[in-house]
Structure formats: structure tokens, C-alpha cells
Design a protein around this ligand. Structure first.
Ligand code: FAS
Ligand code: PHB
Length: 389
């Protein structure tokens, strides 16, 4: 089998790249180790930057997103029983939208099936060969049968636990990591959101986030111990803890109900450099991870895809490889700013086990400065709505 671009990973990164390439007439195959339903069963991001929205439109996969998403012009930040708003629209002229990663991924799968582009599910033992040559190829197995794809380029979109990053030799890779001493316990409930914008809550009991997917599907998170498991938390225990972490006036309005999903995500900051090795390009979680506090995970995957798509398009259109040659440098420049913002948001909103009283005073001062200083709010807003590509 032969294709122009072999894409490893059928999550949002791989599917968005595949759709953009297909519309440009660039042949590609997506290899996904799980099934479509398994991929769609993972509940993840909820906030899309305008850059990702524009890419979905460019990919011709925005009709349902435009119909069902919600524009958010700001967000609420609380500190104990007090709260204030960061007004993105007033401070930057831009906004974010609420549209679940699950729905975005579903739309991309539907579009891929509709255009007849090839996706291979349940692939096992995917291996990338000769990535540092002019004739790379990928091998994989399905139901015990071995397959080979010869290609011009390989896009490693296979997430943090994928094979692509590890294909780059250890003596070439530089990895940077910070693991946070807590996780996020997240739930979905078919209840109306407690507020019409997101609420990022700092409390003496720990962080909480009130988010949503639509007017009758809410997404809530509370900071939890890394030793916790979802089974340790009954629905009632979750709701009671959430109410204790948000201002009383909001807790009084909280509509509770049975959870339809409950999971714990660990938090880490991670970047691998470079994001290119020969004809292998890493995109999204395969190359970098952020704590979800700044809603940057999916959105930095999007800017990677933008840079790689532009580079591949120029190469196939007129042999111009400059976009491919500068891919890693350009992608990393934006990624590191998103890493910093996500680290900063995580530090000012969470309780750390080793925090001293002085540390907590510094956190309160940070929040008080953000509450009272328009320039500080503008910087936060510019990062949250997404820095330019
Ligand atoms: P993904 O991990 O989504 O997709 C990679 C795909 O590759 C998967 O389908 C996997 O099955 C496949 N794969 C892996 N190895 C393979 C192999 N060897 N061969 C073939 N296929 C292989 N971001 C936010 O902005 N907000 C959030 O709230 C948020 N919550 C998250 C919660 C969790 C538990 C996790 C893990 C991430 C969360 N993220 C969040 C980040 C998340 O949204 C990612 O940024 C986003 O999924 C990145 O998409 P991909 O790069 O496509 O990686
Ligand atoms: C979500 O809705 O899942 C969500 C929103 C904002 C974040 C993280 C997660 O920062």
C-alpha cells in the first residue's frame, strides 16, 4: 500500500489533519489502534479557540459545530466567596466557544467516512521505519495480519502514550516535564449548568471548575488526590464537595443529579523537542501535554495541525519545503507560551500539598491583582482566547 501522508492516531489531531489534507487532494491514511466508538467514548476538552474553529471551517466540518456550539465572551474566577469576571470580548474583541471534543471528533469521523478517506481501526504493533530517510514506511497488524504502508511523510498524532515520539532516538529528543501532585475528578451530568459562563474556583479546599456541553449537560471538575479513584466518590459526595468550593450564591443555584460519566485525569506539563525527525512530524499530545486548567490541550494540537498542513500543502503544491523545515520551531514557540499559561493558571487556582502560608498569600495576591488590574486581565484574556498562530 502507498500514500502521501501516513497519519498515526485517529483522535482530533489525526482526523483534522487528514480532513485538511484530503480537501487539498493530498492522499492520507489514518491508523487508529482503537475503534471509533472507543475514541468517541473519551470525555475530554470543551473549549475551542477561534483558531481551531477556523480550521474546522477550512476542513468543511463546521456545520453542526456552528449550529450547536455556544459563544462564551468571558469566564468567572472565584476566590473563596468572592468572584469576578474576565471579559474576553471587552478586553480582546474575541471569544471562545463551548463544543465538546467528543462532538468535534465525531464530526471529523463522519466527514472522513463521507469522503471515503481510509481509516484503519484496531491497528496493533504500529512501527515507523526509516523516518530519517527519503523512503519512510509504516508497518502494522490487524487481526494478526501484517501490513505495510510506504509514504512520503508520517504524522505522529498518536497521543502521549503513542509510538511516534518514541521513534525519535533518545539522543535526539529533549523532554521537559512537570507532574502535578493532584488530579482532576470530572463528571458529566444531565443538569443545567450552574452559570452561563465557566467558573474557575480557587478555594481553601482546592480547585473546582464548573463547565458545560449544552443547556442540559454540565461538566464539573474538582481537584482530587492522586490516590483517589472515581469509585471513592459517590455522586452525593462529589456534589457536596463542589458546593463547598464555589461561592455560596452559586452553590445555592447548583442543580445536582446522577452523573453519567466520572473519571480522574492526572495533570502534567510535558514537551518534547524537536517535533520533527526526518520525515516524521509529531502533533498534539504526541509532543506536548498541558494541565487542562487553561483549556489549551486540544487548542495547541490545532495550531500544530495548522503549521504542518501549511507546510505539507506548500511542499506538494510547488516543492517548497520551508514550512516543513520550520514546523518544529514555529509549533514549539506557540506551545511553550501555552505551557506557561496553563502552568500559571494551575498555580494560582490549586492547593498544593507543600504550600506554606506565605505561598497562599502569594496566590491570593496574584488573584487580587488579576481581579483589580485591567492590564493583568487583558493578558489573561489574550492567552485564554488563544495566541495568534
Ligand atoms: P489523543 O490522545 O486525543 O488521540 C490520539 C489517538 O491515537 C487516540 O485515539 C489513540 O487511541 C491513538 N493511538 C495511540 N497510540 C497509537 C498507536 N500506537 N497506533 C495507532 N493509534 C494510536 N484538553 C483540554 O483542552 N481540556 C480538557 O479538559 C482536557 N481533558 C483531558 C482529559 C484526559 C484524561 C486527557 C488524556 C486529555 C485531556 N485534554 C484536555 C487534552 C486532550 O483534549 C488532548 O489535548 C487532545 O485529545 C489531543 O488530541 P490528539 O493529539 O489527537 O491526541
Ligand atoms: C471542559 O469543559 O471539559 C473544560 C473546560 C475548561 C477547562 C478544562 C476543561 O480549562
Amino acid at each position: 500500500m502507498r500514500t502521501q501522508v501516513a497519519i498515526i492516531g485517529g483522535g482530533p489531531s489525526g482526523l483534522l489533519l487528514g480532513q485538511l489534507l484530503h480537501r487539498q487532494g493530498i492522499d492520507n491514511i489514518v491508523l487508529e489502534r482503537k475503534t471509533r466508538d472507543y475514541v468517541l467514548g473519551r470525555i475530554r476538552a470543551g473549549i475551542l479557540e477561534t483558531g481551531l474553529v477556523d480550521l474546522m471551517r477550512k476542513a468543511g466540518v463546521s456545520e453542526r459545530m456552528d449550529r450547536e456550539s455556544f459563544v462564551h465572551d468571558g469566564t468567572v474566577i472565584t476566590d473563596g466567596n468572592t468572584h469576578f469576571e474576565i471579559n474576553f470580548k471587552e478586553l480582546t474583541g474575541d471569544h471562545v466557544i463551548v463544543y465538546g471534543q467528543t462532538e468535534l471528533t465525531r464530526d471529523l469521523y463522519d466527514a472522513r467516512e463521507e469522503c471515503g478517506a481510509q481509516t484503519v481501526f484496531n491497528t496493533e504493533n504500529v512501527q515507523i521505519h526509516d523516518a530519517d530517510s527519503d523512503a519512510p514506511y509504516v508497518t502494522y497488524e490487524v487481526d494478526g495480519e501484517q501490513h505495510r504502508i510506504d509514504c512520503d511523510y508520517v504524522a505522529g498524532c498518536d497521543g502521549f502514550h503513542g509510538v511516534s515520539r518514541k521513534t525519535i532516538p533518545e539522543d535526539v529528543r529533549n523532554e521537559y516535564e512537570k507532574v502535578y501532585p493532584f488530579g482532576w475528578l470530572g463528571i458529566l451530568s444531565e443538569t443545567p449548568p450552574v452559570h452561563d459562563e465557566l467558573i474557575y474556583a480557587n478555594s481553601e479546599r482546592g480547585f473546582a471548575l464548573c463547565s458545560m456541553r449544552n443547556e442540559n449537560l454540565s461538566r464539573y471538575y474538582i481537584q482530587c488526590s492522586l490516590t483517589d479513584s472515581p469509585e471513592d466518590w459517590s455522586d452525593d459526595a462529589f456534589w457536596e464537595e463542589l458546593k463547598r468550593r464555589i461561592p455560596a450564591e452559586m452553590a445555592d443555584k447548583l442543580v445536582t443529579g446522577p452523573t453519567i460519566e466520572k473519571s480522574i485525569a492526572p495533570l502534567r506539563s510535558f514537551v518534547t523537542e524537536p517535533m520533527r525527525w526526518g520525515r516524521l512530524f509529531l502533533c498534539g499530545d504526541a509532543a506536548h501535554i498541558v494541565p487542562p486548567t487553561g483549556a489549551k490541550g486540544l487548542n495547541t494540537a490545532a495550531s500544530d495541525i495548522h503549521y504542518l498542513f501549511e507546510g505539507l500543502s506548500a511542499f506538494y503544491a510547488n516543492g517548497d519545503a520551508s514550512g516543513l523545515d520550520t514546523y518544529s520551531e514555529k509549533a514549539l514557540s506557540r506551545i511553550w507560551k501555552a505551557e506557561r499559561f496553563s502552568w500559571w493558571m494551575t498555580n494560582i487556582l490549586h492547593r498544593f500539598p507543600d504550600q506554606t502560608d506565605f505561598d497562599i498569600k502569594m496566590q491570593r495576591a496574584d488573584l487580587d491583582f488579576l481581579r483589580s488590574n485591567r492590564d493583568a486581565q487583558k493578558v489573561m484574556a489574550q492567552n485564554y482566547i488563544g495566541l495568534p498562530y
